[in-house]
Design a protein around this ligand. Structure first.
Ligand code: GLU
Length: 325
């Protein structure tokens, strides 16, 4: 059996909110309860949205909550660098492997092109890429010539037309045919192959990650990641997808649901133990109204106690943060 290695992989695109905190707490508990190693990796490839202040704030927020990590940009480790922007040569190498296998092609379609090429009226099919550029260009350079200089072609992966399945550690069995559901998907809009879908696979494999616990909004992305693992000859981790925190309207947490940034709670003087206590209660780990630290939850942690429904952050629950003992 491989030694347990998990990771926290925040994107520094904004402040962490209660929903991020819940997924991170669960990821941390899952690893710590088995004596595993926790890795911190910064996923900063989403260039226009990355905020320079966000990395420090994420570290401050998570440490304030009582979460820690054994490897990461600020503590070092044998699998660094732990910041994606510094790992771009590895993505380029992986992209080369896929190119050599004839599994990627360059694509000049805009988002709008993709949308308007859709014939299917079903909403869930809407963004499926119809394969317009497959077989159209011999090389990346040819594709670039078709575009205005400020636009880069995208690299698309030739999705295999077959069912891909996995057993999620919380959500159960999930199967999808990537070619039917997503079509050939984008790996990167970058000559170095640096985009989320490829980078997350390359990094989790290179860092020896054995378990990926994250929000279930990434469940559909997992099939795309699995076909990449296979194409690159890499071993996938155990995936565990947990429900998100949503507002009273059932939508994922957003500004209109009030200020649920950890920083805002900190500035209001709310103790981190109250936040951890509320999240732990929502995960079935402590009775309602108990304030606690993450390390006090390790011995009681069991993923099977976690409800399968999203946590609805009602006004009453937000208010309770002020009153926990
Ligand atoms: N960096 C991604 C995010 O913050 C998470 C990626 C992952 O867990 O695979 O949404």
């Amino acid at each position: 059996m491989r030694a347990c290695r998990g990771r926290l992989a925040p994107s520094p695109t904004g402040a962490l909110h209660l929903g991020n905190a819940r997924s991170f707490l669960l990821a941390w508990l899952s690893v710590r309860s088995r004596g595993g190693t926790m890795v911190m990796r910064i996923e900063d490839l989403d260039h226009p949205k990355v905020k320079p202040w966000a990395i420090d704030e994420i570290f401050t927020d998570l440490r304030w909550l009582g979460l820690d990590w054994d490897e990461g940009p600020d503590v070092g480790g044998a699998f660094g660098p732990y910041v994606q922007r510094e790992r771009r040569d590895q993505y380029a190498a992986a992209l080369d492997v896929l190119k050599d296998k004839g599994l990627v092609y360059s694509c000049v379609c805009s988002r709008q092109d993709v949308a308007s090429a859709q014939a299917a009226p079903h909403a869930e099919d809407y963004q499926r890429y119809p394969g317009t550029c497959r077989g159209r260009f011999g090389s990346f350079a040819d594709a670039s010539a078709e575009l205005p200089p400020e636009r880069m072609p995208a690299w698309r992966f030739c999705a295999p037309d077959e069912k891909v399945g996995f057993h999620d550690g919380f959500a159960g069995r999930y199967e999808a045919n990537v070619a039917h559901r997503d079509g050939d998907f984008v790996l990167a809009r970058d000559t170095k192959g640096a985009g989320y879908m490829l980078a997350v696979v390359v990094d989790d494999a290179a860092m020896g990650i054995t378990e990926v616990l994250r929000g279930d909004d990434l469940l559909p992305a997992t099939h795309r990641q699995l076909v990449l693992y296979r194409a690159l000859g890499l071993r996938p981790p155990q995936f565990i997808h947990v429900p998100l925190v949503v507002g009273p309207d059932g939508k994922r947490l957003a500004k209109r649901h009030g200020d649920t940034r950890l920083r805002a709670y900190r500035e209001q003087g709310i103790a981190p133990e109250r936040i951890v206590g509320l999240l732990a209660w929502s995960c079935g780990l402590v009775p309602f109204g108990v304030a606690c630290r993450p390390d006090e939850l390790i011995s009681e942690f069991l993923l099977s106690k976690l409800p399968h429904e999203p946590l609805v952050l009602t006004e009453a629950l937000s208010g309770a943060l002020q009153t926990f003992a």
